[in-house]
Design a protein. Structure first.
Length: 246
C-alpha cells in the first residue's frame, strides 16, 4: 500500500526544473548522424604593451558525427596553404602563419561538444544548483531563463593553490523547454609559491538548434583572460556551424 502511494506521488509531482531539463536533454544526446561546415576565428595576445605578441587566424572545414565516430575534414587547399606558411616561417621567423595557427587552434573535442551539445549541457548540470527560474525574452521572443551555479571540480593539487572559484550559467529555454541560448562566466583566483598571485576569467556564449534529433551549438563564442607573475594573456574565438542537409 505504501509503495503504491509513493508511486502515485512520484507521477503526480512534476520534476524540478533541473531534473526536467536533464530528462529533455537525455532524449537529444547524439541522435542521428549530423554534418556541418564550420568556421573558426580566433585572436590571442600574450604579454602587455610593446612586448605583446598577437596571433590570429580564420579557417573553415567540415565536421561530421555518426556511427563511424567523429570526423574533421580540412580542404586540400587549406592544408597546402598552411604548409606554405610553414615553409615561409622556416626562412623568416617573423613571417605570419594565420592558416597554420588557425588549424592548430581548432580543438577536436570542442567540435565534438558543439555537435552533441545536449551531452555537454548535461555534464554542466551535474552538481549544479538553481539560483533563478523566471520568464525572460531573447531576441524579442518569450523565453524561460534558468540561472545556475555550477559545481567546479578541482584536483587535489589545484585545490592547494586556487583560493576562489565561481562559475555561473544562464540558460534560455524556448517554448518546447529546450535550450536556445546559454552564457557562462567562470572566475578563478589563487596564489602559488606564497608570493605569486594569479587570476583568470572565461566567458562563453552559445546558440543552439535542434537538428537530426540532437541539440547542436551553431555558434560558440569564447573569451579568456588570465594574469599572474607579472604576465598576462587574452584569447577570444568564434566558432560557427552551418548544417549540411543529408
Amino acid at each position: 500500500m505504501v509503495a503504491a502511494v509513493l508511486a502515485l506521488l512520484a507521477t503526480a509531482v512534476p520534476p524540478g526544473p533541473l531534473a526536467g531539463l536533464d530528462a529533455a536533454l537525455a532524449g537529444l544526446a547524439r541522435g542521428e548522424p549530423v554534418r556541418a561546415r564550420f568556421t573558426h576565428r580566433y585572436t590571442a595576445t600574450a604579454g602587455d604593451g610593446k612586448e605583446a605578441v598577437r596571433t590570429e587566424g580564420e579557417v573553415s572545414g567540415e565536421v561530421a558525427e555518426g556511427s563511424g565516430g567523429l570526423q574533421v575534414t580540412w580542404p586540400v587547399e587549406l592544408v597546402l596553404r598552411a604548409r606554405d606558411e610553414e615553409r615561409r616561417r622556416s626562412a623568416d621567423p617573423e613571417a605570419k602563419t594565420p592558416t597554420r595557427d588557425g588549424i592548430a587552434a581548432v580543438n577536436t573535442m570542442d567540435l565534438a561538444r558543439l555537435v552533441d551539445a545536449a551531452a555537454t549541457l548535461r555534464d554542466a548540470l551535474d552538481g549544479a544548483s538553481l539560483l533563478e527560474d523566471r520568464p525572460d525574452t531573447l531576441d524579442g521572443a518569450e523565453a524561460r531563463l534558468l540561472v545556475l551555479k555550477l559545481a567546479v571540480q578541482l584536483s587535489p593539487r589545484d585545490r592547494r593553490y586556487v583560493k576562489e572559484v565561481d562559475a555561473r550559467l544562464k540558460l534560455w529555454l524556448g517554448p518546447d523547454g529546450l535550450p536556445v541560448a546559454a552564457e557562462s562566466e567562470t572566475r578563478l583566483s589563487g596564489r602559488a609559491f606564497l608570493v605569486v598571485t594569479f587570476k583568470s576569467e572565461q566567458k562563453e556564449r552559445w546558440r543552439f538548434r535542434k537538428l537530426s534529433g540532437r541539440l547542436v551549438a551553431v555558434r560558440h563564442e569564447d573569451e579568456r583572460h588570465g594574469e599572474g607573475a607579472g604576465d598576462r594573456g587574452d584569447r577570444s574565438s568564434v566558432t560557427t556551424l552551418e548544417p549540411v542537409p543529408p
